[in-house]
Design a protein around this ligand. Structure first.
Ligand SMILES: [Zn+2]
Length: 149
């Protein structure tokens, strides 16, 4: 498409900023360069090999220890070995505290046992969350060696 000088009418090449005949500045008015038909699609550079464990995965691993969120972590990424590991650890803990809660039936001694188990549960949960935060698969003492999941 050609443009024409608004002053003298000379045909000018596309993109000219001044008339080659009369020297008039073509400036703002006449012709905007044709908008590109489509902005070139930005190709995201291929990500370099992802680190073994992304931060998002770590967060999910940490969530695994918070009750129902372990299901959430599983649903989001059940193939991830780190998530599977930590969900399993968390489930071991749940089972442990569930069994311990049965001790409550026995007065005094059972209740003491349950209390001890509850403290262990809390401590192990924190340990598990820290392991998840640090991206390590480290079995929890006592309860962590079982494979439920
Ligand atoms: Zn002109």
């Amino acid at each position: 498409m050609s443009i024409f000088c608004p002053k003298c009418g000379t045909q000018l090449p596309d993109g000219a900023v001044a008339c080659s005949n009369c020297g008039a500045q073509l400036g703002a008015a006449p012709v905007q360069p044709q908008p590109q038909p489509a902005a070139p699609v930005y190709q995201a550079p291929v990500a370099p090999a992802a680190p073994r464990q992304a931060n998002g995965t770590r967060a999910l691993c940490m969530l695994s220890y918070l009750g129902i969120f372990s299901l959430y972590a599983l649903v989001l990424n059940k193939e991830d070995p780190d998530i599977r590991f930590h969900v399993n650890q968390a489930l071991c803990l749940e089972v442990f505290v569930l069994i311990a809660s049965l001790c409550n039936i026995v007065p005094i001694l059972g209740q003491i046992a349950f209390f001890v188990a509850l403290v262990m549960y809390i401590v192990f949960t924190i340990m598990g969350i820290l392991n998840a935060k640090n991206g390590v698969q480290k079995e929890l003492p006592i309860v962590g060696k079982y494979r439920i999941f």
